[in-house]
Design a protein around this ligand. Structure first.
Ligand code: SF4
Length: 452
C-alpha cells in the first residue's frame, strides 16, 4: 500500500475511482518533504537565462550554490548569467545588517562587468533581518545609471509559484522602457521557453519561416534591450504558462496585447502552436507556410520514431513535472510512442489542469498534486513503471528503483521541444527503457491488480 498522509489524501486521484474532487494550489504540508522549490528558486529559474544581466543573490552562499547554473539556458552571445554572484551573508551581517555589503557588491560588479541591467534576489534571511533592498537598488541605479531591479523572492514566502510572480513583477518594470519603432505587424514574443538545450533557436526558426518577427525571447537566450521593447509585439505566445502568465496578463492589461497558450513538446502540440499563431494573424499565406513546415518536419522524423515505437508499445510511463501544462504534452507524446501514462503529477497544477489530465488519461491512472518522494516511490512500485520522466529531484528516485529516467527539466542537454525535439525525446525514452543495464537490477514488482 502506498502511504499517503491523511492531510494529503484529497491531492491524489485515481481515474475511475470515486468522484473527481482534487485539492490543489495550497501550501505544502509541513513535514511532507514536498518536491517543490522555494520562492527564490522560482524567481531564479525565470530570470536566470537573461544573459546580459547581472544576477546577484543577496543571501548566504547556500542560496546561490543551490541555484548555481540552475538551467542550461544557452546563450548565443553573452554568458554573464552563468556567473552566480552572491553577497555571502554571514553571522555578523545578520546581526548588523547586509545593506552595506549589498551596496559594495553591486558597485564592484557593475564596474567590473558593465551589465545591461541587474537583478538583486532577496532570500529568506534578508526577509528576516529586514534589509531595505529596494532603497539600495534605487541608490546604485541612480549612481551608476543602470537599471537595478529588486526581486522580492524571500524563500519562505510561499512556493516556486510565488517566485514566478516575483520574477514577472521585476521583468514588468523593464518593459516599455525603450522605443518600439520598426516592429512588424506580424510580430510575437516567445514567452516561457528557457532555451535549456537550444530549443528557442528551433522555435524561432519555425516562426521566422512563417514570416513572423520575434521581438523578444522571455527569457531563454534573453536580452535586456529586447525585454524593454517587447510591448510592441502584436501577440504574446506563452509556454510553461505557470512561470510567465502573470507577465502576459499584465501586458494585456496595460498595452492591450493578447496572449495565447501553447506547448512546443510533441508533434501535435508543436504543430498547433504554429497553426494558432497563423490563425491569430488571419493570414492564409502564413497558414500555408505553417502547414508546409509541419508536413516536412513530421515526414523527416516519423520513420525513426516508428522504429522506436515497436519496442515501446505497451510500456508504462510516470510523469512528474513542475507545471501541469507540460504534462499534457508529455501524455500525448508518450501516446505517440505507444506508451501508457500510469502516473502523472505536478508541483503547481490547478483544478482545471488536473481535470484536463483526468480526461486525457486512461482509467486507473494516478493523478497527484505536490507529491513527495515517499508517495512517488510507492506509486511507481505499485504501477510497475518502465520509465519516470521528471527533473533533478526525480532522477534519484527512478535510479534507486531501477527504472529508466528522462530529464525533462533543468539539467537536460538535449533539445526536447519542436519536431527535432520530439525525435530526441523518442531516442532518449527508447535508450533508457530498453537499456541492458536493467537486467542487472531487481525491479519492484507491480501490485497484483496491475498484473491482471
Ligand atoms: S531562499 Fe530560503 S529556502 Fe530558498 S534556498 Fe535560500 S535559504 Fe533556502
Amino acid at each position: 500500500m502506498v502511504r499517503i498522509l491523511d492531510e494529503r489524501r484529497q491531492q491524489v486521484y485515481r481515474k475511475g475511482q470515486g468522484s473527481f474532487n482534487m485539492t490543489c494550489e495550497k501550501k505544502s504540508l509541513a513535514g511532507a518533504v514536498s518536491q517543490r522549490a522555494c520562492v527564490f528558486c522560482g524567481s531564479r529559474v525565470v530570470l536566470y537565462p537573461i544573459a546580459d544581466a547581472l544576477h546577484l543573490v543577496h543571501g548566504p552562499i547556500g542560496c546561490a550554490a543551490y541555484t548555481w547554473d540552475i538551467r542550461g539556458a544557452l546563450s548565443s552571445g553573452p554568458q554573464l548569467h552563468r556567473l552566480s554572484f552572491s553577497t555571502d551573508l554571514r553571522e555578523m551581517d545578520v546581526i548588523q545588517g547586509g545593506e552595506k555589503k549589498l551596496y559594495n557588491s553591486l558597485v564592484e560588479l557593475i564596474d567590473e562587468y558593465q551589465p545591461k541591467a541587474a537583478f538583486v534576489y532577496a532570500t529568506c534571511i534578508v526577509g528576516l533581518i529586514g534589509d531595505d533592498v529596494d532603497a539600495i537598488c534605487r541608490k546604485v541605479s541612480s549612481e551608476k545609471n543602470i537599471t537595478v531591479l529588486p526581486v522580492h523572492s524571500e524563500g519562505f514566502c510561499g512556493s516556486k509559484k510565488e517566485g514566478y510572480r516575483a520574477a514577472c513583477d521585476a521583468l514588468y518594470k523593464l518593459v516599455g522602457t525603450a522605443p518600439a519603432d520598426g516592429v512588424s505587424r506580424h510580430s510575437i514574443n516567445i514567452m516561457g521557453d528557457f532555451n535549456l538545450a537550444g530549443e528557442i533557436w528551433l522555435i524561432r526558426e519555425y516562426y521566422n519561416r512563417m514570416g513572423v518577427e520575434v521581438v523578444a525571447n522571455i527569457t531563454g537566450d534573453g536580452r535586456v534591450a529586447d525585454i524593454r521593447r517587447m510591448h510592441a509585439a502584436s501577440l504574446n505566445v506563452v509556454q510553461c504558462s505557470g512561470s510567465i502568465i502573470h507577465l502576459a496578463r499584465k501586458l494585456e492589461e496595460k498595452y492591450g496585447r493578447p496572449y495565447i497558450r501553447v506547448s512546443y513538446f510533441g508533434i501535435e502540440d508543436m504543430a498547433k502552436a504554429l497553426y494558432d499563431v497563423a490563425e491569430f494573424f488571419d493570414d492564409p499565406v502564413m497558414m500555408e507556410k505553417a502547414e508546409q513546415i509541419v508536413r516536412s518536419e513530421v515526414a523527416a522524423i516519423m520513420p525513426e520514431i516508428r522504429r522506436y515505437r515497436k519496442d515501446l508499445v505497451g510500456r508504462k510511463a510516470a510523469v512528474y513535472v513542475g507545471g501541469a501544462f507540460k504534462a499534457f504534452s508529455l501524455v500525448r507524446a508518450l501516446r505517440l510512442l505507444g506508451m501508457r501514462t500510469v502516473l502523472v503529477g505536478s508541483q503547481t497544477g490547478n483544478q482545471d489542469d488536473y481535470r484536463q489530465l483526468r480526461d486525457m488519461c486512461d482509467a486507473g491512472t494516478i493523478i497527484v498534486d505536490d507529491s513527495n518522494p515517499l508517495e512517488l516511490c510507492g506509486f511507481l512500485k505499485e504501477k510497475g513503471c518502465d520509465i519516470f520522466i521528471g527533473g533533478v529531484k526525480e532522477r534519484p528516485i527512478a535510479y534507486k528503483l531501477g527504472l529508466g529516467f528522462c530529464d525533462h527539466n533543468h539539467e537536460r542537454k538535449q533539445a526536447l521541444a519542436g519536431f527535432t525535439g520530439m525525435l530526441n525525446f523518442a531516442r532518449e525514452v527508447y535508450a533508457t527503457v530498453t537499456s541492458p543495464v536493467w537486467q542487472f537490477v531487481r525491479r519492484p514488482q507491480p501490485a497484483q491488480e496491475n498484473k491482471k
